[in-house]
Design a protein around this ligand. Sequence first.
Ligand SMILES: Cc1ncc(COP(=O)(O)O)c(C=O)c1O
Length: 449
Amino acid sequence: MTPTGPAERTGPAERTGPAERTGPARVLGLFPPGTRQDGDGMLAVGGCRLDELAREYGTPVLVVADGAVRQRAHDYRERLAARWPDSRVVFASKAFPCTAVQRLMVSEGLGLDVAGGGEIVAALAAGADPATLVLHGNAKTTEEVQLAVRSGVGIVVVDNLDDIDRLEAAVPPGRVQACLVRVIPGVRASTHAAHATGHEGSKFGLSPKAARAAIARIEASDRLRMDGLHTHVGSQILVASELAAAVAPLAALGEFPVYDLGGGLGARYTYSDHPPTLDDYLDALIGEARRHLPPGARILIEPGRSLVAETAVTVYTVTTVKPGATTFVAVDGGMGDNLEVALVGQRFEATIADRIGGGFPVTVVGRHCESGDVLSADVPLREPRVGDLLAVPVTGAYCFTMSNNYNGARRIPVVFADAGQPRMVVRRDTWEDLLARDVHPSVPTPARR
Ligand SMILES: Cc1ncc(COP(=O)(O)O)c(C=O)c1O
C-alpha cells in the first residue's frame, strides 16, 4: 500500500487561505498529517488507502496514523523540556485507553495518567513503569487505592479527604506514597459545560481552603508525602490564556516540589476551529509558571485530546441515502463508536473517501435507535451513494474510550497505519463477545429462598 497522489497534508493544520476554503485541501487539513489523495481520488492515511483498509478489516474501522501520534508525543516532550527542563508529559490515557496507544506513549518517554483501576491495569499491561503513573479519580474506591499502592503507582492525586483515609489504610508500614492535591483554580473556561472542571462548584478537586486542610493532613502523615499540587481546567479549550489562568491560584498555597498543570488543549475538529498551536499553549502555560511557581519545581502536564484527536479517522460504509427536505446519509456505525456528538454536541466534518471537496449539504446519521444519533449535520458530500466509504476525521480522542454495544453494535477495530503498513491493534467485537458476560440460561441458577 504505497499510493502516490496529487494532494497531501504535510504539517500541522493552520488557517486556510481564501483559495483553500472550498476544495480538497480544506478537507485534507482535518486529516492526520501525511494523509494524501491517490490518483483516483481515494484517501490514504498513514500511506494506506482507505478502500484497501475497509476491504481488509471491514467497516466501521478506526484508522490511526501512528507515526503522527509518535511525532506529536515527541513534539510535546521536546517543546515542554525546552521551556522547563525538569518536566514530564503524562498522556491522559482516558483519551485513547488502548494498550497499543499507551505503549507508544511510553516508548516516546511519556508517563501515563490513569483514572481508576481499569486504566492502571491497562497501563501495566502496556509495559509502563508504575513509577511514571499518575492516578486520578473523584470517587476512587478502596479497591482502586489498594491496587495503586500495591502496583507502585508513582503519584496519587488526592481529590478529597476520603482519598487520604483510604491511602493511609492502604500504604503498608515503612512505605511512603507520593501525593498531589487537586485544587480547583476557580477558572471557568469557554468550553462545553460537561468539559469544564476548573470552576467553583466543580465535582473535581478541592477549593483552595479545603486544599489547605488536605495538605496539612498529608504533611502530618508518616505514610504519605506531600509532593505538590494538581489542577485541570477542562477539555477542548481553544484559548491558551484560559489554560494558563489555573497556574497563579496554585501559588497562594505555598511552594512545593511538583506541579501538575493538567491537560485540556483543544483539537481542530472543524474548518472553523483554530486551537492554539502547541508552542502558543506552552508559551502561555510556562510563562505563567515562570511568574508564579518556584524555579526548581518539577512540572507535569497531562494532554489527552490534543495528543491523539487529529491522528485518527473513522471509516464507515454508507448503507442508505434517504432524500427529502433533509437528505439523510446513514452509515453502518454511529453513537456506538462516537458518543462525542450526542454527549457534548461536538461537530465533526466528513467526506466520501474518494470524492473530496464540493457537494451539497446532507445529514450523516448512524444506525442506532436515537434521533440524536447524528454524526454530522449539514455536511457537504459529493454525490453520496449506497456502498460508498465515508471518512470522518479527528476521531482519535474519546471515541474509542466511549465505544459501546448499543443496539448490539460490535465495538470497532483499531488499525494503526504507517508508511503504507497497516497493523490491527484492537480487533472488532465478535458476536460471541456480545454474549460473553451473560450467565448462560441453560446453566441452572441456585433456587431462591
Ligand atoms: C485530570 C485530567 N487530566 C487530563 C485530562 C485530559 O484532558 P484533555 O484530553 O482535554 O487534554 C483530563 C480530561 O478531562 C482530566 O480529567
